[in-house]
Design a protein around this ligand. Structure first.
Ligand code: CTP
Ligand code: CA
Length: 228
């Protein structure tokens, strides 16, 4: 589907999109975070709304204005994102996990600011695993026929890593971005490969994040049409 073409092919659908990156607090002023800007997730929300969907955007620390006509739920940590996602997907037709979710969080939160001391080495930061939200949403579909889409940022053998990840997560579609060397994070354009659980594979040419978003919704709509 070309950009700019008027289409309301998501009318009557509820879609949930996560965006941004989670922050895992160490103390009241510090956190473990990542470089996700939220631009791709926001583009997914805006394009879905333009195509007629009711959109719930789960925004993790993105510093972007709330898009008009979109229900925005602001979260910060992976645990908060999981809670918000489980709630939002209850009646959703599709969910797209574009957020960068921290794999680990500090095992302990210091309620007071951590202080340095002269002559004392810093204590190592112990981490624990965060729940895998995408895998959980894929394994326990809130609704039959609900489509689950993941994103993966990969380096090295991008496609092989992507295929393995799609299988591991159990989602229907995986958008695989190549990162490193200034690619993807914080940029306005994005190229990707769209991998499907049914074996299909499609290149999405480098272009604005809105074009990639529209390509994702095209693939989602095509699968809705197959099912009903
Ligand atoms: N994801 C998630 N919950 C997590 C980690 C990731 O829902 N705890 C989702 C992301 O939103 C994304 C997809 O899983 O849609 C892939 O994230 P990625 O970090 O590439 O996957 P991981 O399984 O964490 O693999 P890696 O070890 O390569 O980071
Ligand atoms: Ca990860």
């Amino acid at each position: 589907l070309a950009r700019g073409e008027l289409t309301a092919d998501l009318t009557g659908r509820h879609v949930v999109v996560s965006a941004g990156g989670t922050r895992e607090p160490l103390d009241p002023v510090r956190y473990l975070g990542n470089l996700s800007s939220g631009k791709q997730g926001y583009a997914l929300a805006v394009t879905a709304a333009a195509r007629g969907a009711r959109v719930t955007l789960l925004s993790a620390n993105a510093t972007l204005p709330d898009p008009a006509g979109v229900d925005v739920v602001h979260v910060s940590t992976a645990l908060e994102l999981r809670e918000a996602a489980l709630k939002a997907v209850a009646d959703a037709d599709a969910v797209v996990m574009a957020a960068a979710v921290a794999d680990f969080r500090p095992a302990e939160y210091a309620t007071g600011k951590i202080k340095k001391k002269d002559g004392v080495e810093p204590a190592p930061v112990a981490l624990v695993r965060n729940p895998d939200i995408l895998a959980e949403l894929s394994a326990h579909r809130a609704r039959s026929g609900q489509l689950v889409v993941g994103f993966a940022a990969e380096t090295d053998d991008v496609l092989a890593n992507g295929r393995a990840k799609l299988a591991r997560k159990g989602c229907d579609l995986l958008v695989v971005n190549e990162v490193g060397g200034g690619k993807a994070f914080g940029r306005d354009t994005n190229s990707a490969v769209l991998l499907s659980a049914d074996g299909a594979e499609a290149e999405i040419a480098d272009g604005p994040k809105e074009s990639l978003a529209d390509a994702v919704w095209d693939a989602v709509v095509a699968r809705f049409d197959k099912r009903v």
